[in-house]
Design a protein around this ligand. Structure first.
Ligand SMILES: Cc1cc2nc3c(=O)[nH]c(=O)nc-3n(C[C@H](O)[C@H](O)[C@H](O)COP(=O)(O)OP(=O)(O)OC[C@H]3O[C@@H](n4cnc5c(N)ncnc54)[C@H](O)[C@@H]3O)c2cc1C
Length: 472
């Protein structure tokens, strides 16, 4: 066997000696995957088909001890290192060219303590897997709105989902976690053990170590909840969005909702005559008793004249999976986002006008209503700072033909720029591509503190395949 060519943290080429890799194989219980391995192409593939990177080595961890071995190996050889949870990051941050991937996706342990309303999940668990466990006993952890995403990456960056206004962000609900820091030590953190690091990790997006396990608070939800999905023709968009805005101004915290501007796909779920029609969809989940939910959400079904209404009482697990089909693995994606303190009439008109220019009918422009419990959480408890904005604008470009990548990426950037006049100059990192500008703006209060913690815990910036906080 010959040495393995790899890339260091500085971007230099290095050759990993054969005996170093042999020793690693002896210490590591999971799969060690190099480019000639039959599973290499599967193992390096991530959700976004736009990303095509070729790491030198992929370490598929079986347990936390494997993660510690992997971190020590990466640190000893100063290798460019990526960490993979669910592999759904839109910028492909879970994989790197020429470096090492620490892949936690095989780690699927779940322990539910229904009495204490706590769940402990390993870092490879997806939201679908977590929901399946909690919903058996009528509990839920605030996650995202698509169940195939990883619990790990979503939680580390914040976590905005159907329960955000009722119970806060995913990161707000983490009570403890196990993490391998850059020195290769496995530590358990909570509010009493390394509280500063514990706070930085929740919202700090993977900058401070490899989290191997999360412990979350659970909340009673469902199993059936009221869900609204009312599709209005885009021609009614201005009135519908103005009335939606009025609804959000007094909506109770049990309601988490958003408006989506898109195009009805050619799919059997929709009447044929509606295929290809542009819509403004109002989607909302009520985290509480279903009958009360139906009454509370009824105005959202009467914001205009819907051309299609899929609203119903349904199992919460189904709500969590309703949008999964819109985000298949291997499609091409490029997303950006902007926080908005208010939704002015002009902003509404601009959103609709830009949505009308989408180069791909799979693309959507979304307005998420924030606030509620996520706004009330004490921002000092986590690194996540964007508690005050009322809305989040998501510009999600989705397309199938790789030849259309430039057009779609350019459109996303231009749309984001044009909406800049109505928004804050920062977005939600979990929706940002890898070229997210101005990381300091993401942490306007805490950036210096986070840089100091980064210097303390990861002075060589081993964990840099993320929205990177440089050691300061
Ligand atoms: C279809 C889709 C829908 C989405 N919907 C929502 C939504 O509703 N709400 C929301 O908030 N976000 C949403 N997101 C964004 C999502 O939060 C991010 O893409 C998130 O990064 C996905 O986590 P992951 O574990 O799958 O990602 P990965 O690609 O595996 O990782 C993402 C980042 O986290 C780091 N990371 C992952 N696991 C660990 C770990 N165990 N320890 C340390 N670092 C780690 C990685 O290094 C990388 O930097 C959505 C994304 C997709 C693709």
């Amino acid at each position: 066997m010959s040495n393995l060519n790899a890339v260091t943290l500085n971007g230099d080429a290095t050759a990993l000696a054969d005996d170093a890799v042999t020793q690693l194989r002896a210490e590591f219980d999971g799969d060690v995957i190099t480019p000639e391995h039959r599973d290499y192409d599967d193992a390096r593939r991530v959700w976004n088909g736009e990303i095509d990177r070729r790491p030198a080595l992929i370490l598929r961890c079986r347990h936390a001890g494997d993660a510690a071995t992997a971190v020590r190996f990466a640190a000893r050889h100063e290798l460019l290192t990526a960490v993979r949870g669910g592999g759904h990051n839109v910028g492909g941050l879970a994989v790197c060219d020429g470096g090492l991937v620490i892949d936690l996706s095989p780690m699927k342990g779940i322990e539910l303590d229904a009495g204490q309303r706590r769940i402990r999940v390993d870092a490879g668990v997806t939201w679908a897997e977590l929901d399946a466990a909690t919903q058996k006993v009528g509990l839920a952890v605030p996650g995202g709105v698509v169940s195939t995403t990883g619990v790990a990456g979503l939680t580390l960056g914040g976590g905005i989902g159907w329960l955000r206004r009722a119970f806060g962000l995913s990161c707000d609900n983490v009570r403890a976690l196990d993490v391998v820091t850059a020195d290769g030590e496995l530590r358990t953190l909570d509010a009493r053990h390394e509280p500063e690091l514990f706070s930085a990790i929740r919202g700090g997006g993977g900058n401070f170590g490899v989290v191997t396990r999360f412990e979350f608070d659970c909340h009673p939800v469902g199993p059936d909840v009221m869900f609204v999905a009312a599709f209005y023709p885009s021609e009614q968009g201005v009135d519908v969005l103005k009335r939606y805005r009025a609804f959000t101004e007094t909506a109770p915290d049990a309601v988490s909702s958003f408006a989506i501007c898109g195009t009805i796909p050619d799919e059997p779920d929709f009447p044929t005559e509606l295929h290809g029609r542009d819509y403004v969809l109002i989607a909302a989940c009520y985290a509480g008793e279903a009958e009360t939910g139906a009454r509370t959400l009824q105005p959202l079904r009467e914001l205009g004249t819907p051309m299609h209404d899929m609203s119903d009482v349904m199992p919460f697990v189904d709500v969590q999976q309703l949008l999964d089909g819109d985000y298949p693995e291997g499609r091409h994606y490029y997303w950006k986002s902007l926080y908005m303190t208010a939704l002015s009439d002009d902003a509404i008109e601009q959103v609709l006008s830009l949505a009308g220019e989408r180069p791909s009918s799979l693309t959507t422009v979304d307005i998420w209503h924030l606030g509620g419990a996520m706004a009330r959480a004490n921002s000092g408890d986590t690194a996540f700072e964007h508690r005050a904005p009322e809305y989040l604008l998501g510009i999600e470009s989705n397309w199938d033909d790789p030849r259309e990548s430039d057009t779609n990426i350019d459109w996303t950037r231009q749309t984001c720029e044009r909406m800049g006049a109505y928004a804050e100059d920062r977005g939600y990192l979990n929706f940002e591509p890898i070229d997210a500008e101005a990381i300091d703006k993401t942490y306007p209060q805490g950036y210096r503190r986070l840089r100091a913690l980064k210097a303390q815990w990861d002075s060589k910036n081993l964990f840099r395949m993320n929205h990177n906080i440089k050691p300061g």
